[in-house]
Each structure stands twice: as C-alpha cells, then as structure tokens.
Design a protein around this ligand. Structure first.
Ligand SMILES: [Zn+2]
Length: 75
C-alpha cells in the first residue's frame, strides 16, 4: 500500500520528483537520492518522498547496493 501511494505521488508530480529519484536497473527498486535536501520547493516534496520511499543509492551502472553485492558474490 505504501509503495502504491508513492507511485501515485510520482505520477502526480513527475517533474518535481523525477530529479530526486533513483531506480535500480536490475531490481527496479525505487528510492530517493541520499543527497536530497531536507526542503525542496514546494516544501512538501522532500517530506513526502521521505515518507513514501527509502533512500536508494545507485552506482555508475545504475545498480543499487543490494544488486551490486549480489553480483559481487556470484563472481
Ligand atoms: Zn537493485
């Protein structure tokens, strides 16, 4: 339910939220960029993204920590 609400929010404000979101190319998990500021105009945007999503860091090839770890283990 939480994820669905987040998706709804992204669709309502694609321009405002797009630049602050990361998505893993491998598992498709979404999260906000860890360096997102506390307040983004309009003020509720950062607050809502923090409510709906967890921070997600991706590497240069677009993979999250979990997928990067998984690929390292299988080598
Ligand atoms: Zn991933």
């Amino acid at each position: 339910m939480k994820a669905a609400k987040g998706e709804e929010y992204l669709q309502m404000y694609p321009e405002g939220t797009g630049r602050w979101m990361n998505q893993c190319v491998a598992c498709q998990r979404k999260g906000y960029k860890p360096d997102m500021p506390d307040v983004i105009y309009p003020g509720y945007l950062a607050r809502n993204l923090r409510k709906y999503f967890t921070p997600l860091d991706v590497d240069e090839s677009g993979r999250c920590d979990q997928c990067r770890d998984a690929s390292l283990k299988t080598v």
